[in-house]
Design a protein around this ligand. Structure first.
Ligand SMILES: Cc1cc2nc3c(=O)[nH]c(=O)nc-3n(C[C@H](O)[C@H](O)[C@H](O)COP(=O)(O)O)c2cc1C
Length: 191
């Protein structure tokens, strides 16, 4: 048994407060390489990542402000949001068209890639936080970010150094698990 991995999976937490340093370019490449190992029906790779590094964060903030802000205060708040982490990886859902794999399955793979990015960042010693919100669902914003018509944003993955200790998430007791052992031969109706 790999008890280190079990403990990690049980105790993994998102880190809302992140600071510099974030992963460098080589580390970002390592992180995204890990995401390429997720279950992926027909190996379509229905996702891609736009890396927003320290130097280009402000540009992303300006993009958000331009498309989402209705007041100067709101623009300032969006600019603050973008500074929540030194690195933001935008995971883009990029479904392959005219293939047999349903779109839903491809979206699951994009979600798995996003989660793996968070886990790989943890493995390199960084924290991460998956955010969406208005900045993920605004079409003109997405287009200016370079997304094609069939693409959408699966998540903004904030990565950086954990700035505040993380507390353990409350766990359900065994009897409250979303888990059912009731499916068995005797439970099936026989016609
Ligand atoms: C698709 C998706 C979108 C999310 N969007 C947001 C978000 O916009 N803002 C937020 O605070 N949390 C968001 N979350 C939840 C956090 O990333 C995080 O999982 C949650 O706060 C629970 O923390 P934990 O991962 O440490 O258990 C999102 C999660 C997923 C899977």
């Amino acid at each position: 048994m790999n008890s280190v991995l079990m403990a990690y999976l049980n105790e993994r937490r998102s880190a809302p407060i992140l600071e510099a340093p974030g992963p460098g370019r080589a580390q970002i490449q390592e992180i995204v390489t890990c995401a390429c190992s997720v279950p992926d029906h027909r190996r379509l790779v229905p996702w891609r990542v736009i890396a927003v590094e320290d130097g280009s964060r402000e540009l992303l903030g300006e993009l958000w402000a331009r498309h989402l802000a209705e007041s100067v205060n709101e623009a300032a708040s969006l600019m603050r949001n973008v500074r929540r982490a030194p690195v933001i990886l935008v995971c883009v859902f990029s479904p392959k068209q005219q293939v047999k794999v349903p779109r839903d399955e491809q979206l699951i793979t994009a979600g798995l890639a996003s989660y793996t990015i968070l886990m790989a960042a943890n493995a390199l010693g960084f924290g991460g936080y998956w955010r969406t919100g208005r900045a993920a669902y605004n079409r003109p914003l997405a287009e200016e970010l370079g997304l094609e018509e069939h693409e959408s944003i699966a998540g903004y993955l904030y990565l950086g150094t954990v700035a505040e200790p993380l507390t353990l998430r409350p766990r359900p007791t065994v009897d409250k698990l979303p888990l059912d052992f009731a499916f068995q031969a005797s439970a099936l109706e026989c016609n």
